[in-house]
Ligand binder design. Structure first.
Ligand SMILES: [Zn+2]
Length: 181
């Protein structure tokens, strides 16, 4: 069954994918980009469990102050693949720029507070950007270090070959002197 609503990310049509035995909740999948959504009876459409936003928000289900969970969340994100991190950053950015869903609907939060959840996501995005910046900085440093290594190696090699030439000449001279005297 097609859903009236469109995908939050690409405005593609949504296909219902609710299992036959489920009655009080519907699941949808975007036909274009594959994003999945949940619709509870009487509620609004929101990201389905395992979509990137639902993973980070899972960390703050019991938190009165979601920002207090930022370090734990960032540690957890370190273990995720780059594709996940990129999708997460994009989803957060889009959701903060143009809200499409009620974040409080995503989980059964003990202290549901839409603004605090958005502040938390903004901080996650900020930290992800910092991390990316730090990583690209580290790559530059390591590549310039390896350039230095290469230069040092070349210098050492040329010094060694000069030393070798000098050594050969000395032997030749010694042989000549021994021969003539
Ligand atoms: Zn889509």
């Amino acid at each position: 069954m097609q859903c009236q609503r469109l995908c939050f990310r690409c405005e593609g049509g949504l296909q219902e994918i609710t299992p036959a035995n489920v009655t009080d909740i519907q699941f949808f999948c975007c036909l274009s980009c594959g994003c999945e959504y949940t619709l509870k009876t009487g509620g609004e459409l929101h990201d389905r469990w395992l979509m990137p936003l639902t993973i980070v928000l899972y960390n703050v289900i019991y938190a009165q102050d979601p920002l207090a969970k930022i370090d734990v969340t960032m540690d957890q994100l370190q273990t995720k693949k780059p594709e996940f991190i990129n999708a997460l950053a994009k989803h957060i950015e889009d959701e903060l720029d143009a809200p499409k869903q009620k974040l409080c609907d995503i989980h059964d939060f003990v202290y549901p507070n839409e603004q605090k959840l958005r502040d938390f996501l903004r901080e996650v995005l900020h930290r992800l950007a910092q991390l990316k910046h730090a990583q690209s900085g580290a790559e530059t440093v390591s590549s310039s270090l390896s350039n230095t290594d290469t230069r040092l190696l070349k210098n050492t090699k040329s010094r060694l070959s000069k030393l070798f030439n000098y050594f050969v000449i000395m032997i030749a001279v010694t042989i000549l002197i021994t021969y003539f005297y």
